[in-house]
Design a protein. Structure first.
Length: 298
């Protein structure tokens, strides 16, 4: 399809798709989604395209043995787990961190050992960065971002980055977003969420608005039991590597994209989901396997 056609494409996969985009991110994110705690961890094989894994930690939304950080006055942890200097809150040890409050003009940076997992529980958090990603993961095995139930959380970057991270939430490792609260991400410089590995959205209520791509995971983007809404000038959901994939299972996903709604070279699957895709270029751009086939409506 030629650019500028503004064609609407609706995927019907077990649920009738109605009109779901409302102004902002309110009503769409209130749609019911699955309970991640009720699911058992499973390994799913994605045919020739490879496989992905949902672990206990991907589904974990609980707080236990947490380190609490008030973003209004972060200070420095006496055990050296985190420090705050010149607007940068640096996390240097794996574990669970309960964040609350606002961090204006600053950013959160994760740099831990490659075998460590960092879990952030957001409790009405607002991070507005002026000089780079609101959350930047430089090194870790995995980072999990949980929006605590009953809370509203916002992450924002600015139009100029002094650093090389080209997203509001940028990660060099696997990244998981979950939780029954709401999370809104505004990427004014580049992408909304970007990982050089996989991005998993598990039972989350997520709104993304981005100058570039909405959600980009080089090795794959997996959406399960979530309510996701994306507005972006680039690709809505983007994967680009030798083992890439985009998988949407259950829940709902709304995309308005300036390029393709979904882009992956190897594999795209939409299963039992309420999915509404609007794009300037193609609804699904994939040279490999697409399941099921899209039904197009003018």
């Amino acid at each position: 399809m030629k650019a500028g056609a503004g064609r609407k494409v609706v995927l019907l996969t077990g649920v009738v798709c109605g009109t779901i985009l409302l102004a902002g991110c309110g009503a769409f994110l209130e749609m019911p989604v699955g309970d991640t705690q009720a699911q058992s961890p499973e390994r799913t094989t994605v045919k020739e395209a490879g496989w992905y894994e949902i672990t206990d930690r991907d589904l974990d939304t609980l707080e236990y043995n947490v380190t609490e950080i008030d973003l209004e006055s972060p200070g420095e942890d006496e055990n050296g787990r985190y420090s705050y200097r010149d607007g940068v809150l640096s996390v240097s040890a794996g574990g669970d961190y309960a964040l609350k409050g606002k961090l204006s003009g600053g950013r959160l940076v994760v740099n831990v050992f490659e075998d460590e997992i960092v879990h952030f529980i957001l409790d009405n958090v607002e991070i507005r960065s002026d000089s780079g990603a609101a959350i930047c993961v430089e090194k870790a095995q995995k980072v999990i971002i949980t929006a605590k139930e009953g809370t509203e959380n916002v992450l924002t970057d600015g139009p100029k980055h002094d650093t090389g991270d080209k997203a509001c939430v940028f990660s060099d490792s696997d990244l998981t977003v979950n939780g029954a609260g709401s999370l809104a991400i505004y990427g004014y410089h580049g992408d909304g969420i970007r990982s050089r590995d996989q991005v998993k959205i598990m039972g989350a209520h997520l709104y993304v608005k981005a100058k570039g791509d909405g959600i980009r995971g080089n090795d794959g983007v997996i959406l399960t039991d979530s309510a996701v809404e994306i507005e972006c000038e680039g690709n809505g959901l983007m994967a680009d590597s030798e083992k890439d994939m985009v998988v949407i299972e259950r829940g709902s996903c709304k995309v308005i994209a300036g390029k393709n709604a979904i882009t992956a070279r190897k594999y795209v699957a939409v299963r039992d989901s309420q999915t509404d895709l609007y794009s300037v270029w193609e609804s699904i751009k994939c040279d490999g396997i697409i399941e099921p086939e899209a039904e197009a409506a003018e």
